[in-house]
Design a protein around this ligand. Sequence first.
Ligand code: NDP
Ligand code: A1CAB
Length: 275
Amino acid sequence: MTRIAVVGGGRIGEALVSGLLASGRQARDLVVTERFEARGRELASEYGIRVTQSIADAAEGAAVLVVAVKPNDVESVLTEVAEYQETSDDDQLIVSLAAGTTTARFEQLLPAGTAVVRVMPNTPMLVGQGASAITPGRHATAVHMDLVEEMMGAVGMVRRVKESSMDAVTAVSGSGPAYFFLAIEAMVDSGVALGLTRPVARDLAIQTLVGAGAMLSESGETATELRAAVMSPGGTTAAAIRQFEKDGLRSAFFEAMAMVRDRSAAMGAVKEDGA
Ligand SMILES: NC(=O)C1=CN([C@@H]2O[C@H](COP(=O)(O)OP(=O)(O)OC[C@H]3O[C@@H](n4cnc5c(N)ncnc54)[C@H](OP(=O)(O)O)[C@@H]3O)[C@@H](O)[C@H]2O)C=CC1
Ligand SMILES: O=C(O)[C@@H]1CCC=N1
């Protein structure tokens, strides 16, 4: 099976590894590079995978090299990857999970002709429920895209998009889990303020999100139709929705997600001097 090296064993690197193992991929086909030694030991013992501090060590024999470090660390990681590729016969497919960073930026930092596929994943891939968008760099072929689609498809759903859509994808699904986590925090606190115990408020709020999500994905009805079905005329839900609209919840989403788009675009700018 295709050997995958993941550079960066943080939250998203772990989510990918965990999701891939749960989907049936063998631990011997995965290797992680993590510079923080204690974190590396934690991942090795939790998942039974090989963890190394050396990028070259992980890259050797891997068909795919996934870059799962913070955007600020991408340049130093790719410098090491480029050094490795220039001294070896391997020509791995490079898969970027980094927000904002364009395939052009990756190509600038890697040997000429390197195949790059950019992915915007999200953390629910940890439990096989991820949502990813993928887009090819200039040298990625249909075979490379199929390979990445299969890899990310093992941990959730995948859509192919144009690279110009990646900032919007980040606003919807990349950052999206955090919006729902925030909503749950607020619902639990509010339930407690209204007299529920915290465990009861928590269980009810979480199952409500899970159930609503299942209805959205399985019923074939739109969010608007499903919301209307909860809102009895003149009833309790209508009172809540009226207050949310009065407080600008809908426009808060528009503004917050435009902020994500702008932040992602600013991180992605290709350096003019090619440095
Ligand atoms: N978290 C999320 O929900 C999502 C994140 N992403 C993207 O994924 C990437 C990673 O994010 P996230 O996992 O949250 O970040 P983390 O900080 O949790 O993980 C990054 C990890 O990479 C390690 N690292 C950095 N440089 C190297 C190196 N040279 N060699 C080996 N390991 C290295 C870091 O070590 P150290 O701690 O020592 O710095 C850290 O453990 C980012 O680019 C982000 O934009 C994309 C979609 C969703
Ligand atoms: O917050 C971030 O920058 C990353 C990208 C999408 C989700 N987390």
